[in-house]
Write a protein that binds this ligand. Structure first.
Ligand SMILES: Cc1cc2nc3c(=O)[nH]c(=O)nc-3n(C[C@H](O)[C@H](O)[C@H](O)COP(=O)(O)OP(=O)(O)OC[C@H]3O[C@@H](n4cnc5c(N)ncnc54)[C@H](O)[C@@H]3O)c2cc1C
Length: 374
């Protein structure tokens, strides 16, 4: 990929830290740590979750949720043919002063037939006293052998992995400055439930590459025009409820088994409804029809869980979620019925209007998950 980029005339400055950006009427100038200045029509901020530009835009706001992940890739797994997307074997437990619900993920690694990656992760509401990665790692070494049916003595640890994934309800992040656009994790386009930012980045790559190309070609590089590339997506906002439902609440009186029970009934219902419902969900794509069917079946299968859902997530979050759910229905309608009627007219619009309407049509499509093909 690097060779291909260079063969097209791309230049890579490795080990360089960007220190400041000045935006002018006709260009943006990026200052590097060593004093070099690079000027450009547009700057794509792909500096990840901890991008200093994002910190500036979000004004240092505390994340609404955090996913903490620890794990390792090890050699020595004899039974290494299957993977777990999400697995839970215990109820809510105390770590330090906080309650946490652990989840697991495991899959064969490409480095060798007996190499396997296993992660343990949990969702927390960031606050003083939240568990530390170090505490999670201690638990990981205790619990992973039981989860995988192995002994640590028979494993060669190839590498230890850990991560902190902050998530914000206000995502994706609209462009705040002319000529600067967030991309990848920096844009907040990843699901707040999985830490599948790379998957989401590839899902949106085609859309964003075309959009950025058109923005540069038409000189639509003001903050508003760039914001249309990171638009409101009701399916992403609706995912928020799932993170809340899967994080152990510190002062709630729901049963410590609630999260497992909820996941169990949800996955059972999705499995009964079949691949068109289950697969998009497992790939982080929330769609109106599958979500409605799953919720309906969950209510019919286990109505007694509903009061606990209210207690777990709280009425304000549920009300906010209902708004996103309604918008998900609207976006599905717009993308299915209004898009085909509007699309043939786009070429007759002036360039700027055409650029804007193309972005609206994309927002309807991606925001309702209709870009997903089974
Ligand atoms: C343990 C773990 C497991 C994961 N598993 C999955 C998975 O299974 N599936 C999946 O889809 N995703 C997964 N992810 C997430 C995935 O790695 C990220 O979503 C993806 O890397 C995001 O890419 P990015 O380019 O947006 O940001 P990053 O990969 O974070 O890249 C940001 C870059 O910007 C650089 N940078 C930051 N500040 C500056 C500065 N001031 N100047 C210059 N450079 C700067 C950083 O050094 C870094 O190289 C996982 C992540 C972790 C940590």
């Amino acid at each position: 990929m690097k060779k291909r980029f260079i063969s097209f005339g791309g230049v890579i400055f490795e080990g360089c830290s960007a220190t400041s950006i000045s935006v002018y009427r006709d260009a943006a100038a990026l200052q590097l740590e060593d004093g070099k200045i690079l000027s450009s029509h547009i700057i794509i901020d792909a500096m990840g979750n901890f991008s200093p530009i994002v910190r500036q835009i979000r004004k240092g706001k505390k994340p609404d949720g955090v996913c903490l992940v620890v794990g390792c890739c090890s050699r020595g797994f004899k039974d290494n043919y299957t993977g777990d997307v999400i697995y839970s074997s215990s109820s809510v437990r105390k770590v330090g002063g906080s309650k946490v619900q652990y989840f697991w993920e495991a899959f064969p690694a490409g480095s060798g037939p007996m190499d396997r990656t296993t992660y343990m992760f949990t969702y927390v509401n960031p606050q003083p006293g939240s568990p530390k990665l170090e505490q999670l790692l201690e638990d990981y070494w205790d619990l992973m052998p039981e989860y995988q049916g192995v002994s640590l003595d028979n494993l060669k640890i190839l590498r230890v992995i850990y991560g902190i994934f902050p998530t914000y309800r206000e995502s994706p992040l609209p462009a705040a400055f002319n000529r600067i656009l967030q991309f990848g994790d920096a844009s907040g386009i990843q699901s707040p439930v999985s830490f599948g930012g790379f998957g989401s980045l590839t899902r949106h790559l085609g859309r964003l590459a075309n959009g950025i190309y058109e923005a540069i070609r038409g000189d639509f590089l003001d903050a508003y025009s760039l914001s249309l590339l990171n638009p409101y997506m009701p399916n992403l906002s609706a995912s928020w409820l799932f993170q809340r439902a899967m994080s152990a609440q510190q002062n709630s009186n729901v049963s410590p088994e609630f999260i497992n029970e909820l996941l169990h009934v949800n996955f059972l219902c999705m499995q009964r409804l079949g691949d068109p419902i289950l697969r998009p969900f497992l790939q982080d794509v929330i769609q109106f029809g599958p979500l409605t069917k799953t919720l309906g079946l969950v209510i019919l299968t286990k109505p007694q869980i509903i009061p606990s859902i209210f207690k777990q997530v709280g009425i304000p979050v549920l009300l906010e979620w209902s708004g996103h759910f309604f918008m998900l229905g609207c976006y599905t309608f717009l993308s299915t019925f209004v898009d085909p009627a509007l699309r043939p007219l786009l070429n007759s619009f002036p360039a700027k209007i055409k650029y804007e309407w193309k972005r609206h049509l994309e927002a309807w499509k991606y925001g309702s998950g209709l870009d997903y093909k089974l």
